[in-house]
Design a binder for this molecule. Structure first.
Ligand code: SF4
Length: 192
């Protein structure tokens, strides 16, 4: 216990460059939690951390959620982190909701073409075989710069492998696939 107190004292007196990425991240989390929030918005909280530290930080969040009853909005570009962590997943493209649903459904069976393409671009998990790591990663063609977005129609249309004629001129609304699962894509219209 004495060791922990001394370590906390040392860390409190350290400059950021004297701490590891994981330590700096924990300090930020502690600062946020010290305010007694009921909701925490964590924007890319594991970016630039190594996979082991990422898992440790997720563990910290899990414990805080459980012990303090915190609601959390976790923003990430790595959907692989969400399994077993998120309750609901909301996927945005060009500032619009393209898919929203229970995490286990969206992660196991994504419906929107962008969600599917995004998940196919996740690097194979570390436990996979060496040959799996050698496979070329899938990429989504084109880019999402504001200057590349179409003036009308579905914002994902120029990059969508499933686009249809209607996608060029009209923007899809949200289609309800189930009580809690919605998707913004003409492919699902009429299936409500
Ligand atoms: S509306 Fe059309 S372009 Fe947009 S995601 Fe669906 S199929 Fe693709």
């Amino acid at each position: 216990m004495l060791f922990l107190a001394e370590e906390a004292e040392r860390i409190a007196r350290s400059y950021p460059h004297q701490l590891s990425g994981g330590q700096r991240q924990r300090i930020l989390i502690a600062q946020a939690i010290a305010c007694g929030p009921s909701v925490v918005i964590a924007d890319e909280p594991t970016a630039s951390l190594d996979p082991t530290t990422q898992m440790e930080i997720l563990g910290v969040f899990r414990t805080l959620r459980k012990n303090l009853g915190l609601a959390m909005i976790f923003i990430t570009h790595n959907p692989a982190l969400l399994g077993g962590f998120a309750d609901r997943v909301l996927v945005l493209y060009a500032g619009r909701i393209v898919e929203l649903g229970p995490a286990e459904k969206v992660l196991a069976s994504p419906r929107h073409p962008y969600t599917r393409s995004l998940f196919q671009a996740i690097p194979p998990f570390l436990s996979e075989t060496h040959s799996a790591h050698k496979k070329k990663l899938a990429a989504i063609p084109g880019d999402s710069l504001a200057s590349s977005l179409p003036r009308e129609g579905c914002p994902f249309e120029p990059r969508c492998p499933e686009r249809m004629d209607v996608c060029k001129s009209q923007e899809p609304g949200l289609v309800k696939l189930s009580e809690a699962h919605v998707v913004s894509c003409f492919r699902y219209e009429g299936q409500e």
